[in-house]
Each structure stands twice: as C-alpha cells, then as structure tokens.
Design a protein around this ligand. Structure first.
Ligand code: AMP
Ligand code: MG
Length: 421
C-alpha cells in the first residue's frame, strides 16, 4: 500500500499534500477491516434470497430423477421409421410403463417417464398414425427427445457453494433437488447514522437553514437489497461528544457502522475525532475519485466503520464502491468486485485529469460490436440527485484522461434495471 494515513494529521494541508489512495487500495483496506460474521441459521427457500450459504449444499439425487420424454410423441422400441404398433399411452406423473419390445411404440406426453428399452421418442409433429400403427417421418437418432436420468445433476454435485449469495437460480435447483431450506450465515447487523446540524427528518422542525436527510433513507434502501438487520441511529448534530457517545454504544452490537457527513476536514467535521474519542481507530480518508473523495474507514469496538461523504451522489458512489465490498466480506461471500462493462462514449467532454470520475449515464444505442453507447447526463454534481434518476448506470473516466470524444472507450457500471437478474 503506497500510502498509510495516520490519524494525527487530519488537517486540510496534510490532506491535500498526501497522494490520494486509489479505489483499489481503498477497497483493499476496507475489506481488511472486515471478517465474515460467525453464526448460522436454517431458513426456508422462501426466505433465502439475499442470504449467504454457510456451507456447500450437495445433491443427494440425480436430475432428472429418471429418463423422461422431452416432447409429446411416441416412444419407439427400435430404430428406423417403423411402422411400430402402439401398445398404450403414458403421461407425466405415471410410473414408467413396462418394457417396450422392438416394433412397439407407446403414445407418450412431455415429462412422462420413458419405458425401459426405448430407443428414442419421435415428436408427434414428425409421426403419422394409422389405426394402431405409427410411422416416423424419418429415422429418429437413438436417444432423441429423451431427457436422461442424471444428465443435469449427478449425485454429490455441489448445487450451491459456501459463500454464494442466494438468488432465484439457487432456489430453483434446490427446490428441484428436494430441499426445503438451507443453512445460511446469520444476518449482518448494520447501524446507520446521519450527521449534520442542518439535517431534518420530515415533520421535525425545519428551520431556515435545514434540509431533509437524504442519505439515511438512501442507504437504508441500498441495504434493503440485502437481508440485513438495520439499526437507525437517526440524525446527530455536529457535536463531537454526542456523535462519539452514539457510536461507542452502537459499536458493541453491530458488525458495521455507516455514517454520512462530517468526513471532510472542515471545522464542523467531527467524525474522525469522535471515533477516536470512542476508542476506535481510523485507517484512511481520501480516495482519488470524483465524486466521493472524502471517505473514512476504521474499526470501533466489534464493528467495522465506514464514514461516507455528505453529498448524496458522493455518498451513493462510495457506498457502491467501498461499502458493498465491506458488506460482502462480512457476509463471507465468494466474489465481490463489481465488474464494469466496456462502453463507448456518445459525447465530448474536456475535464481536468487527476481523479477517476464517475458520472450518471444513459444507454442511447448499441455499437456494431454490441457495446452500449452511453451519454453523460447533463451537469452532474456530487450534490445532485436528478441525474441518478434518469441514469441507466454510472460511466467512468480513468484518472489520466482529460478529453473524451464520441467513440472513446469507457467503462460502465449498469444499474439493476439494465440487468437480467
Ligand atoms: P459534509 O460531508 O458534512 O461536509 O456535507 C457535505 C454536503 O452534503 C453539505 O452540503 C451537507 O449539507 C450535505 N449533506 C450532508 N449529509 C447529508 C444528508 N444526510 N442528506 C443530504 N445532504 C447531506
Ligand atoms: Mg456536515
């Protein structure tokens, strides 16, 4: 790590002289402050989405459970086109009919177990019936239209890996394998605090200098995408002793404390001294990105600590880049680096090189090679929210770039609305 920032030098001068940490360095430090939580519980499949598998889940069955017909048609007791004599009829849910001998056929429906010695199933669209005889329109290859026992899942296959975030795909394969639930890690306990004299919740005495608290509800909503126990610590004024007492208390029974506001180096920014007063330690506080440069990381009591900037867009970006990996680490998840996709700029932009810059963007087209072509949304600023509402994701300009032209290749982090699952 090129830069280790100590806590005794939090002045504006020190902050600007120090080289800023890259996003990668910051994430590495942030996850270094987190360890997977201990403790598990068994949950039903209906409750499992968003939880983390505590152990590998192994299949004790084969899927399909037996040989099934993949189509409506005729199970044939031989190769060639026939004719075959139709000796019966079987549908899904019935037990496999008795053996088919050569020259015999069985009317069969999709999902019905095929009888032993079936060579193939011919689709009804490719068969001609006359009386009790069926003739295939062409010689059906052996095994055609049969879903074979075990071709999807073998016994002892790993269905879900320890550390997987359970999503509907896992629910599907577990359900097909006869599982009603699985063992997951216990829910994370995360405390959320907003700091700032100006902040109010609706209905609580707006004064001439007040604004509504945006970050706490936004962070609650971001956390609601996971199954997390959230403690709302409310809004605290810019008072070092008040913040310190609140965080010291929260540190005892949370895995992660997230605050917003007060992380830069202004006279009313009391977060860092408050953490130190509470007996915590601070690891880092400036990241080479825009928006979202001021960020504080640390530990306090039993909890990891993440201090996000007050400007809502900066708070949002830093939560996604740094907060998510911290949560994934606490969850004991497998992979947690969000991976951007390649994209192509539809816009021109002259900017000052130096920090990697994130901007709300919309997908306006697809390039010939199938990449999203993105447009930067108007005048974005770290305090603006409207561009986020219009955006399909966040575009990224690397730190050394000072000019973007239509056709420039960029990275793009699509929002969930752009994704399939
Ligand atoms: P700070 O990080 O405390 O210096 O705040 C930077 C800017 O973000 C200021 O304009 C604050 O008023 C604003 N801000 C801080 N916290 C919030 C919040 N929870 N919701 C909306 N704006 C905030
Ligand atoms: Mg403030």
């Amino acid at each position: 790590m090129s830069e280790t920032v100590q806590t005794d030098c939090c002045s504006a001068a020190a902050d600007t002289k120090k080289p800023l940490a890259t996003i990668e360095q910051t994430i590495e430090r942030a996850i270094g402050l987190c360890a997977p939580v201990e403790g598990t519980e068994v949950v039903s499949l209906a409750q499992a989405v968003g939880r983390t598998a505590a152990f590998d889940v192994i299949s004790y069955l084969e899927l399909p459970l037996r040989d099934h017909s993949a189509v409506d048609g005729y199970a044939l007791g031989g190769t060639g086109t026939g004719p075959f004599r139709i000796v019966g009829r079987t549908t899904a849910g019935e037990t496999a009919a008795k053996r088919l001998s050569s020259g015999q056929a069985l009317r069969i429906m999709t999902g019905a177990p095929v009888p032993p010695d079936t060579e193939a199933v011919v689709m009804q669209e490719h068969a001609t019936v006359s009386g009790d005889q069926v003739t295939a329109d062409f010689a059906v290859p052996a095994g055609d239209n049969i879903r074979c026992r075990g071709e999807d899942v073998s016994s002892m296959d790993t269905l879900v890996r320890a550390g997987a975030r359970i999503d509907p795909r896992h629910v599907a394969i577990l359900a097909a394998s006869g599982y009603q639930g699985l063992e997951v890690r216990r829910k994370l306990r995360v405390a959320l605090l907003s700091t700032g004299n100006e902040l109010r919740d609706p209905g609580v005495g707006m004064g001439p200098g007040s604004i509504f608290d945006t970050n706490r509800p936004m962070l609650q909503a971001l956390l609601a995408e996971e199954q997390i126990d959230i403690t709302d610590l409310g809004i605290k004024p810019d008072k070092r002793d008040v913040i310190s007492a609140c965080l010291a208390e929260a540190a005892e029974h949370h895995d992660l404390i997230i605050t917003s506001g007060g992380v830069s180096v202004g006279e009313e920014d009391h977060i860092k001294p408050a953490i130190l007063d509470a007996g915590g330690r601070i690891e880092s506080w400036s990241m080479s990105i825009k928006p979202g440069k001021p960020i504080t990381l640390g530990r306090l009591g039993n909890a990891a600590y993440l201090g996000l900037p007050g400007n809502p867009l900066a708070c949002f970006v830093d939560f996604l880049l740094v907060g998510r990996p911290m949560i994934e680490t606490l969850e004991g998840r497998l992979a947690f680096m969000p991976s951007p996709q390649n994209a192509i700029a539809a816009f021109s932009w002259e900017r000052r090189a130096g920090r990697r810059e994130f901007f709300p963007a919309t997908v306006v087209d697809m390039s010939d090679e199938g990449l999203p072509v993105i447009e930067k949304i108007g005048r974005a600023g770290s305090a603006r929210l409207m561009p986020l509402i219009e955006a399909d994701g966040l575009g990224v300009v690397e730190s050394e770039i000072n000019s973007v032209e239509p056709g420039t290749r960029l990275k793009f982090f699509p929002f969930r609305t752009q994704m399939m699952l």
